[in-house]
Design a protein around this ligand. Structure first.
Ligand SMILES: C[S@@+](CC[C@H](N)C(=O)[O-])C[C@H]1O[C@@H](n2cnc3c(N)ncnc32)[C@H](O)[C@@H]1O
Length: 155
């Protein structure tokens, strides 16, 4: 997991509890996420999804491996996510996670995505999703390294 993953997200995250949650976990990542923020768009819900989607796709590096955070997708276990991470590493492509805004990700982004990842069926605020993803990515690194941060025991 040597290449720096990217996090391309809608919205400007100001200082506060959500930013602190993200920073706390991102600082533990080796390497940490490089964050690109996309301004929130205006208009109808459909226009917002289209405009923000175009900006998200424009921020994707050419050939980037796009993982769209999509609550309608399948939610893996942390161990399954670690296995996916290994597979994604093997592609040699720049790994980019895409997080939508309040109106969600539009079809252009979902169609372009190489993988659609859910963190579970609950809808989370997009600024909180950054922290949740950073924690899970740290957990994935711990699973892959055999680090005791992740305790796999289940009853
Ligand atoms: C407030 S949610 C958008 C809700 C929108 N109605 C939808 O269905 O996508 C903002 C963004 O956070 C991310 N998100 C929220 N909950 C999520 C979950 N459970 N799993 C994965 N991503 C999630 C998605 O990228 C989403 O576009």
């Amino acid at each position: 997991m040597s290449r720096q993953p990217r996090l391309i997200a809608v919205g400007r995250l100001k200082s506060g509890p959500e930013a602190a949650l993200f920073e706390q976990h991102n600082a533990r990542l080796r390497p940490p996420f490089a964050v690109t923020e996309i301004p929130e768009a205006r208009g109808s819900a459909g226009e917002i999804r289209r405009r923000e989607g175009a900006a998200l796709l424009a921020a994707l590096p050419e050939g980037g491996f796009a993982v769209a955070l999509d609550l309608g997708a399948a939610a893996p276990t942390s161990e399954a996510l670690a296995a996916l991470a290994e597979r994604w590493d093997g592609t040699g492509r720049a790994l980019c996670f895409l997080i939508g805004g309040a109106e969600g990700l539009g079809p252009a982004v979902l169609d372009r995505a190489d993988h659609r990842l859910s963190l579970g069926p609950l809808t989370w605020p997009h600024f909180l999703v950054r922290g949740l993803l950073a924690e899970q990515w740290y957990r994935v690194q711990a699973i892959r390294a055999g680090h005791p941060y992740h305790r796999a025991w289940r009853p």
